[in-house]
Write a new protein. Structure first.
Length: 202
């Protein structure tokens, strides 16, 4: 039910996010045990270092209910990362996201790897997500969807650690966009940092 709720919420919220974007200037989940496969990295600005406009190029986010930051407070590598902070329990979530529309390879599978640091994260925690749509933006019915939510708890307090999620279902020819999300889930407090994102084909 939690995964269905998150998926339905993404479907609604992402339509709003894309509409105001310009104003804002059978899958298996695994952790730490996926061999890095050969394949192109398709994520833009994976380390959040490139920022010609004062915000990490290629990434977008919700403005509420949690605080989102592009920050040099901490980083897995380089100087910058992104973070989400919550100081109250609310029935809502926030995320950083990116959508890829180029070099989508039907028949291939995907692995998303994210380095994460958590500080006093309590409640539902965080998750990482892969989503595929038959539309150029994430406004379809999420024909492909996998999340760590409900399978791996990402929370507490720990230094940088790599988490992975694997999409076992091959990409179908109808998929026109792949989106990834770095999420702070509902009913969660604390701060989480994300850095060095890779999305590779298997």
């Amino acid at each position: 039910m939690k995964r269905n709720f998150l998926l339905l919420s993404f479907s609604f919220l992402l339509i709003l996010n894309w509409s105001c974007k310009k104003d804002d200037d059978g899958a298996v989940v695994v952790e730490d045990d996926i061999p890095i496969p050969a394949g192109p990295i398709v994520v833009n600005n994976t380390g959040f270092e490139y920022s010609p406009s004062g915000w990490p190029d290629g990434w977008w986010h919700r403005n509420e209910p949690y605080k989102v930051e592009w920050t040099n407070e901490d980083a897995f590598s380089g100087n910058y990362s992104v973070s989400i902070t919550s100081d109250t329990l609310v029935d809502d979530f926030n995320y950083w996201g990116q959508t890829i529309t180029e070099n989508i390879q039907p028949g291939k599978k995907l692995i998303l790897r994210v380095n994460i640091k958590t500080v006093n994260v309590e409640g539902e925690g965080a998750s990482i997500v892969i989503r595929g749509d038959n539309t150029p933006t994430p406004q379809g019915t999420a024909e492909l969807f996998i999340s760590t939510q409900g399978d791996i708890f990402i929370g507490g307090t720990h230094n940088w650690k790599e988490y992975s999620v694997k999409l076992e279902e091959p990409i179908s020819p109808s998929i026109l966009s792949i989106s990834i999300y770095l999420v702070l889930l509902p009913y969660t407090t604390g701060q989480i940092f994300f850095d060095d994102i890779t999305l590779t084909y298997e």
